[in-house]
Design a protein around this ligand. Structure first.
Ligand code: ATP
Ligand code: MG
Length: 383
């Protein structure tokens, strides 16, 4: 029996992996291919937790009768090495011949694998070309590995498609479609769990916010995220993107005012005088800068929602309005006149709720004499 292994961080598994596996399976007459997501590999930082990468591998394999998924590396603790995996596979399933499937980019780094000389004794390699990687160099390199380690590297005369996990992650972060790049079930999983929306995992974001915000501010941020998530489907907004904007809307709140002013001046060329004037307003454009620079947010609408969450604006998209309103109505807010009505409106008519919140701000500014009622908020009352 001959089995293929498609290993890698698979962060996420994509249609390129599947196309390459299928091509090798057919060309080499394999009995099947096993997806093998790496646990904590030594060479590569991964972006989704291993539980998620494992779940996606299972979804991809589940749809194909010739493909299976193995959690051998996922369940192993500490840094995982292919050599340990192959030792285990060969011991557990004697009589199986293992063919490790790789792209040209991997051929060029094979000798960096731990105990590669042993790896080369435990499996053969089937390599395919990969757009962006020079095939000639990979062939030459394979010949060197054969001489130095006795590696058996068989090149197929095909190129994998121009898809990479990096490109999939980038597109998700920019809110562009990944349809056709990953299996449908994987696409749905990524959307449902909100994977790859920024440069950190949800757990990393949580740790960072807990460490930088005061406890009440942290609780408020979670309240805004949950409120925005709950209302999102009603207004055609993606709940996980709403969650991220809600969590990060106040991410600059702990900075001192001079620092906020400095980063806004340096990074937000169209910030106006009133926006720059007081800390209460300044933390919104500053938050946009921090979300981009520290949390790796690249989705323009998430960034603009963070920027607009204090002042609002007449031209807000439903997404922006949702964050603006959620900030006012989240459950940790102390009760005050008008809050119940704002909460009620939020469930019925988002624009009316946003206007109502703007009116409350106007009343507050006029009564308290604090600050200036910003023309951008005033515009909302006229829209
Ligand atoms: P990343 O962009 O995160 O590096 P990736 O798309 O390269 O992700 P990996 O999990 O790193 O995916 O790749 C696992 C294996 O699949 C590697 O050997 C890689 O060369 C191969 N591979 C992935 N995509 C392709 C492709 N489109 N064509 C050929 N080989 C591919
Ligand atoms: Mg790669």
């Amino acid at each position: 029996m001959r089995m293929g292994i498609m290993g890698g961080t698979l962060d996420p598994v994509h249609n390129g992996h599947i196309a390459v596996a299928r091509a090798v399976c057919e060309a080499c007459g394999l009995d099947g291919v096993m997806l093998l997501p790496a646990g904590d590999p030594p060479h590569k930082q991964h972006r989704a937790d291993k539980a998620d990468r494992w779940a996606m591998a299972q979804l991809a394999a589940g749809a194909l009768d010739w493909m299976s998924a193995s959690d051998l590396e996922i369940v192993r603790s500490g840094t995982t090495y292919t050599v340990d995996t192959l030792e285990q596979l060969c011991a557990d399933r004697p009589g199986v011949e293992w063919v490790y499937i790789i792209g040209a980019d991997t051929v060029n780094v094979l000798e960096t694998w731990r105990r590669f000389e042993r790896v080369a004794g435990l499996c053969a390699f089937a390599a395919v070309g990969r757009p962006g990687f020079e095939a000639g160099r990979a062939h030459e390199h394979a010949a060197q590995l054969a001489r130095a380690f006795g590696a058996k590297i068989h090149f197929l005369d095909v190129d994998g498609p121009a898809i990479s996990s990096t490109e999939v992650r980038n597109r998700v972060a920019e809110n562009r479609s990944i349809a056709g790049m990953v299996p449908q079930a994987v696409e749905a999983y990524i959307r449902e769990k909100g994977l790859y929306l920024c440069g950190m995992t949800w757990a990393e974001i949580d740790r960072e916010l807990a460490a930088t915000l005061r406890p009440a501010r942290y609780r408020h941020s979670i309240g805004v995220a949950e409120t925005a998530m709950r209302l999102a489907p009603r207004y055609g907004v993606d709940p996980q993107r709403a969650r991220l904007a809600g969590l990060l809307h106040d991410c600059a709140k702990s900075m001192d005012e001079a620092e906020m002013r400095r980063i806004v001046k340096a990074n937000v060329p169209d910030a106006d005088v009133l926006e720059l004037a007081a800390g209460q307003v300044l933390h919104a454009p500053a938050g946009m800068v921090v979300a981009r620079q520290k949390y790796g947010v690249r989705d323009p609408e998430i960034l603009s929602a963070i920027r607009k969450h204090t002042l609002g604006g007449a031209d807000m998209t439903p997404f922006e309005a949702l964050i603006y309103v959620s900030d006012v109505i989240e459950p940790n807010r102390a009760m005050y006149a008008g809050l119940s009505r704002a909460r009620e409106l939020a469930g019925i008519d988002l624009r009316a709720a946003a206007r109502y919140c703007a009116q409350m701000t106007k009343d507050y500014v006029e009564k308290s004499g604090h600050g200036t009622f910003h023309p951008r908020t005033a515009e909302m009352l006229r829209s």
